[in-house]
Design a protein around this ligand. Structure first.
Ligand SMILES: C[S@@+](CC[C@H](N)C(=O)[O-])C[C@H]1O[C@@H](n2cnc3c(N)ncnc32)[C@H](O)[C@@H]1O
Length: 245
């Protein structure tokens, strides 16, 4: 456990919070998980464990504070790769009009549908693919993607020998497209999974870091945040073959 995890206080943004009060807020916000029906439904959601759901309550509340969601005016939010919708549920509980999205096959799963009935968040099937526009998804003040690995393919899912991760061109295409769905003044936030293979350390390759930062990103570990998307909007040509950005 890191030293920071042992401290009774947390700094989020520029504010100081009592860890115990945010943990209590997590339990309160996710009270709908306390019923026998919800506990049984969570157990049917492999690979999730009840322990992981407990720690995620705190994790998501911290994220919400970091993004200023508890105090913000009502926003329209789209979340990419929500699984059964724990994060969109929290955004909704803080007063935001939120859409939960995931792969169509994920929403076909009975156990995911069961959880969605409990959480009551609107959902929409959405598959992010390299060099394909996301299509007619609507317009939002905030688009998020939490631990959603749309930007990489692992051997166990693909049969490939090695992990494959998006490079600058794939990211540029995706960001340029997704910001057309961001309202003026809107934001983008991703809590990324690995951006290069485990063998290479999993961290952000330098060329991606440079690309994100030169387009207005704030990077903190694997958190990628664009508080303004104007530089992304004005990014010039993106062409798959020539690599001209
Ligand atoms: C590790 S789970 C994270 C779920 C949730 N966001 C969370 O933080 O608990 C990753 C989710 O991303 C979805 N996903 C994976 N690839 C995707 C893609 N190409 N487009 C959209 N969603 C994708 C998966 O189906 C899965 O539900």
């Amino acid at each position: 456990m890191e030293l920071m995890d042992k401290l009774p206080v947390l700094v989020i943004g520029k504010k100081l919070y009592l860890r115990s009060s945010l943990e209590a807020e997590g339990r309160r916000m996710f009270r709908c998980f306390d019923t026998e029906e919800a506990q049984q439904a969570i157990k049917r959601l492999p690979p999730l464990s009840l322990k992981r759901v407990e720690s995620d309550k705190f994790y998501f509340v911290k994220l919400a504070y970091w993004l200023d969601l508890p105090k913000s005016k009502p926003l329209r939010i789209l979340d990419i790769g929500s699984f059964y919708g724990m994060w969109p549920y929290l955004c909704q509980a803080y007063g935001h009009d939120t859409i939960c999205t995931d792969l169509p096959e994920m929403f076909d799963r009975i156990e995911v549908q069961e959880m969605q009935k409990i959480l009551k968040v609107s959902s929409m099937a959405l598959r992010i693919e390299a060099f394909k526009p996301v299509g007619d998804i609507g317009e939002y003040d905030l688009i998020t993607g939490i631990r959603t690995r749309f930007h990489s393919v692992l051997p166990r899912e693909s049969g490939l020998e090695k992990e494959q991760h998006w490079g600058v061109q794939e990211w540029a295409y995706f960001l340029k497209d997704i910001v057309t769905h961001i309202r003026p003044g809107g934001k983008l936030f991703f809590a990324l999974n690995r951006l290069q293979s485990r063998e290479e350390g999993g961290a952000i390759p330098i060329e991606l870091k440079t690309f994100f930062c030169s387009n207005g990103a704030y990077l903190k570990g694997l958190f990628l945040r664009f508080d303004t998307v104007e530089l992304l909007r004005s990014m010039s040509r993106i062409e798959k073959c020539d690599g001209i950005l």
